[in-house]
Ligand binder design. Sequence first.
Ligand code: V47
Length: 391
Amino acid sequence: MLPTPKHRLMAAHVTDPALQPIERKVEEGIPLSLEDGLTLFETRDLHSLGRMARAQKERKSGKNVYYILNRYVNSTNVCYAGCKFCSFAVDEFKETDRVVRMAADQVMSKALETGTNFNQIHIVGGHDPRQLSLDYWLPLMRRFKEQVPHVQLSLFTAAELDYMAKRHRMKYPELIATLKSAGLDNVNGGGAEIFAPKTRAKICPNKVGTANWLEIHEELHRQGVASNATMLYGHIESLEDRVDHLIRLRESQRRSPGYNAFIPLAFHPDGNELNDCGWTTGLDDLRIFAVSRLMLDNFDHIKAYWMIQGLKICQVALHFGADDMDGTHGSTDEEMIYHSAGTQSGQYVDDREFRRLIEEAGYVPVRRNSTYDEFPHDWTPPPATREEVYA
Ligand code: V47
């Protein structure tokens, strides 16, 4: 069959011929296969890969790039999951001087320390037998909804929800309904690590398994709670593990839609058992954004989180398929997961800086909340009253 003019045009763009049929599939809305994903990871033609991912990003979100005014809290670092990649977890009996375990009042005052003009509080902790319970969380969540009803609660990961369900001997639907009734808006994407069972068993044998991670997110979506998804890359995983992970997420989104963003998490090696794996490279980081944008055709957003790949890579990632930079942390927030594993990113970036970086990349900055409702950049919250809370 003679090539159509459209296909001749594409051939002129693509220099690695192996990318040509993949580009055609993306344009026709056909989901990519495992083999396609491997070809994307292996191509040396990074420019064509980036161009394809950017075109797909623009089909999804046009010129918009999202950011959020956010507060970030790690409420506890006590954790006994024993994941090999983790530098954050502390044994409360052996490393007493490193323990951070915030009382509910501390979380509340930390979140509100620099005012109430933020749209999300993002909290992640560990498998902490003292803190990870409904007795601690339900009253705290209700206090947030009472005092700052405009703030969305982006709490926990599926690993923490699995731990809490076991602890309270609750099934996932019951636990999720209980948390939703106290104001849970969104669940963070962590705990996904790598789904391929053999690799998962080597890096996080004691954490929620793949099937349950997916089941928790699918149940959240059935109950109207949004969520994100992540993948930890750059350790012992194979390229096949990465593509398998993305396909499992795509299938999960098809079964039970509700994931908003996918966030690739670059492995940080300082102070953990996988230290020999070293750091990811800039090229590997850019490639991950592009491949995930192309594989995850049913995800609206690919997030380049400045704290993880660094502000500069994240800005370039906007030309490799990413359409979200996550957002600010409060000026006194202390992120611990990445800072204990060697990140050079600071703790704080303000929203003017996000707008500058996004505009300089040729895109339009859009302020959002956890569920991607859009706000003018200078939006401020209405004064909260008890009447409004209980209306
Ligand atoms: O599951 C732990 C990762 C995750 C290391 O939903 C590490 O918007 C790299 O949930 N090197 C938790 N990664 C973080 C998380 C998250 C992060 C960013 C955005 C969102 C979101 C959620 O942190 C863990 C694990 O995969 N992690 N240690 C490390 N050394």
